[in-house]
Design a binder for this molecule. Structure first.
Ligand code: SAM
Length: 284
């Protein structure tokens, strides 16, 4: 089977099957071998690895993964792609294609079935409309993971990587950085895809921490504080938390906790580090 990273081969397959791109599924297929090589090398795939690919499309990256990994499980929502994947992946006996919505799949069970519960690697050119739920779902449901190497919208990659005091810093930055070490490994322009997306893209690798970088008594509470702080970005932290309706949290208790931490009562959430949010959550 011809490699699909080469644009002519992708076009030939799309024409053969009269494939219609579905905007609602975020379908932008990769047609650039340099980018594919970069994703695969950043993910450091070896024969020891079981890889979960989210949204294989016509199988472009799946072919690369299948050649390097021990096994690949690819979850694709669009039924119309199944006969295409059957043809493009026919030479590989280590790939399982599952036709489902990734947000509805019990990934922990899948990891148990396909890799005996041992940590997997996730590699994907993600459908951008569900980037955050996919990433948070993987982390929050404690899927055994080594790393997640994904193509996302450039702006979202920036948000995952930045620290306090920048405009992109927010709940996603803190959540990602609690679970993993983020590193942008490539910037990818629209002409590497067919059809071209309207936004720039980036490949980011999230390497899962064995232990979170900060200790907090109640993770859930910390994340509700974080969400409440950034929901009302322009308000001070005290006002944001005081108005959020979180059980037992008032302007007064928020103010007292900040004072104990040596922070100004007019500080905004975007100035706090992950460590400070953990401290606040333990104190408040
Ligand atoms: N991996 C291919 C590539 O790089 O050329 C395709 C990437 S395309 C950006 C995203 C893929 O995710 C599409 O094939 C799309 O149909 C699939 N997809 C969209 N929503 C999905 C969902 N909820 N569950 C599983 N796959 C989904």
């Amino acid at each position: 089977m011809a490699y699909l990273g080469i644009p002519q081969n992708t076009i030939a397959v799309l024409q053969k099957y009269h494939f219609n791109f579905q905007k609602k599924f975020g379908q932008n297929f990769l047609i650039d071998t340099t980018v594919l090589d970069r994703i695969i090398s950043s993910a450091e795939i070896t024969k020891e690895d079981c890889v979960l690919e989210i949204g294989p499309g016509i199988g472009t990256m799946t072919q690369y993964l299948a050649e390097r990994a021990g096994s690949v499980v690819a979850v694709e929502i669009d039924k119309a792609l199944l006969p295409i994947l059957e043809e493009t992946l026919q030479d590989y006996d280590n790939v399982t294609v599952i036709n489902d919505d990734i947000l509805k799949v019990d990934i922990n069970r899948l990891v148990e079935e396909k890799n005996g519960g041992r940590p997997i690697k996730v590699v994907a050119n993600l459908p951008y409309y569900i980037t955050t739920p996919i990433i948070m779902g993987l982390f929050e449901s404690r899927v055994p993971l080594k790393s997640i190497t994904i193509m996302v919208q450039k702006e979202v990659a920036d948000r995952m990587q930045v620290g306090p005091g920048t405009k992109d810093y927010g709940a996603l930055s803190l959540a990602v950085q609690y679970y993993a070490k983020p590193e942008i490994v490539a910037n990818v322009p629209p002409n590497c895809f067919i059809p071209r997306p309207n936004v720039g893209s980036a490949v980011i690798r999230l390497t899962r921490y064995e232990e979170p970088p900060v200790k907090v008594k109640d993770e859930k509470k910390m994340f509700s504080l974080i969400r409440a702080s950034f929901n009302q970005r322009r308000k001070t932290l005290v006002n944001g938390l005081g108005n959020a309706g979180l059980p037992g949290i008032t302007k007064e208790s928020a103010s007292a906790a900040l004072e104990q931490m040596g922070l100004s009562p007019t500080v905004r959430g975007e100035a706090l580090t992950l460590e400070q949010f953990a401290q606040l959550s333990d104190l408040i």
